[in-house]
Design a protein around this ligand. Structure first.
Ligand code: DLL
Length: 423
């Protein structure tokens, strides 16, 4: 759809949503009153910036169903996200919500060339987490054959992948790497012995270097998939061009703001993503601050889709570590490590406070061929990695080299940071 028409459509959706919630929902009514905004103040799309923000705290304060806007009888599904702090977030879905969520995923999967001829192994968790069921319904809608593996029993998953000629896998990037390692141990070469050709990976930050590693070691093309439980679950992916994630504009209105001032930023400027969901029924969101850091891309995608695109998520503003006053994202650590040929797939970041000083230790698992019993070789390698870290991150980091296969593996989202300062 041409950009102008698309914006008109988004404006009409926002206008309808805001008027409806102002009139029929106490929470939204009060919020808008406090901010001194009325539905008639929204005269054009950019007027959305007049509306007050919504925060995770609002979801917690209204747990479990205080922000639902339909009667219980119309809610047909719950998903629950297990926040690491505070109460979990409960999301409810009407029939219509499940329909548009599946539609979003069907479009996304189509845009990466997945369809009827594919057999898709869904190795995201099924259950309260949105990953498994979300991808499952999307894949069925495009007519793919779905293998609902969920997480775990990795060897069995690999056997099924071989036996059933699985062509696409959907899972977290950390689980995909683990699957690759287990396959190798079973004597299975994913390139040679399986039909796997695509991977739809996300639910956690990953880097271009990780993509290069996955693709060269497994012979698949890996696509980034993004979403959050508050939005519905996994929803949006890159297209075949892999130049940013297409945020389907009839479903979501995206703003990028300066996290400090709340001011709306221009395309190309990096900041925190704020979403207004345009089609949700049971659990709407207006200007919800997701905390993910990215920017809107302003060039046109060569695929021809006109929907706004966001750059790969760099991390969450609340994941950012401040080490001796310097901002460090776990994704920067990963990127640096992946450039070093001796380094394997797994790492862990540990932050301690020693007296008044922060100390960052990076545990790095080495590749088999790089690990040696010779103390001097290991000391040299350690210094080399520390020097790379210092160059790229601008702070001194202690590197702790680990033997292959000694750090934890993850079947769902990886947990790579232990910040002992906040314990
Ligand atoms: O992780 C939904 C999902 C399932 C997305 C499967 C993709 C695939 P939550 O558990 O609520 O929902 O976590 C959402 O995970 O705010 C981001 O910080 C992070 N995240 C999700 N996808 C990506 C991605 C699901 N592609 C939170 N890159 C989000 C980076 C991601 N971070």
């Amino acid at each position: 759809m041409p950009k102008k028409e698309m914006e008109k459509m988004q404006y009409e959706s926002v206008k309808k949503l805001v008027s409806h919630l102002y009139e029929f929902n106490q929470f939204y009514h009060n919020r808008m009153k406090e901010a001194n905004v009325r539905p008639e103040d929204i005269q054009c799309l950019s007027d959305v910036s007049k509306l007050p923000f919504m925060y995770k705290q609002d979801l917690r304060d209204n747990y479990p169903t205080g922000l639902f806007t339909v009667p219980q009888k119309d809610v047909i599904r719950y998903h629950v996200s297990s926040g690491t702090t505070g109460k979990p977030t409960l999301v409810g879905y009407t029939n219509g919500d499940l329909d548009y969520w599946s539609e979003a995923l069907a479009r996304s999967l189509t845009s990466v060339g997945i369809g009827k001829d594919d057999t898709m192994q869904v190795s995201y968790g099924y259950g309260l987490f949105t990953g498994g069921l979300g991808l499952h319904y999307g894949a069925e809608r495009v007519g793919a054959t779905v293998l609902p593996s969920g997480t775990g029993s990795t060897e069995r998953q690999i056997e099924l992948m071989v036996d059933l000629g699985v062509t696409v896998i959907a899972c977290t990037p950390s689980y995909l790497i683990h699957i690759g390692e287990v396959a190798e141990k079973m004597g299975i070469d994913i390139r040679r012995d399986t039909k796997l050709r695509k991977a739809v990976v996300g639910a956690e930050p990953w880097t271009e270097s990780m993509r290069a590693h996955i693709e060269s070691s497994m012979g698949v093309k890996a696509y980034d998939i993004y979403g959050t439980s508050e939005m519905a679950g996994p929803m949006f992916t890159e297209c075949e061009e892999r130049k940013g994630i297409h945020m389907q504009s009839d479903m979501v209105y995206v703003e990028i703001i300066d996290p400090e001032t709340g001011e709306v930023l221009e395309p190309g400027q990096k900041g925190e993503m704020v979403v207004t969901m345009l089609k949700k029924e049971a659990f709407p969101l207006i200007r919800y601050r997701i905390k993910d850091l990215t920017c809107l891309l302003n060039d046109e995608c060569p695929c021809g889709r006109t929907s706004p695109r966001i750059e790969r998520i760099k991390g969450r503003s609340d994941d950012m570590l401040i080490i001796r006053g310097i901002n460090v994202f776990p994704s920067q650590v990963e990127h640096t490590l992946m450039q070093i040929p001796e380094v394997g797939n797994q790492y862990m970041i540990i932050v301690n406070r020693k007296g008044s000083l922060d100390e960052m230790i990076v545990q790095v698992e080495l590749k088999n061929e790089a690990f040696s019993d010779k103390m001097t070789d290991m000391m040299m390698l350690k210094s080399k990695i520390e020097a790379e870290m210092k160059k790229y991150l601008n702070i001194a980091v202690k590197v702790d080299l680990k033997e292959p296969e000694t750090l934890p593996r993850f079947e769902g989202k990886a947990k790579r940071v232990i910040d002992n300062r906040v314990l």
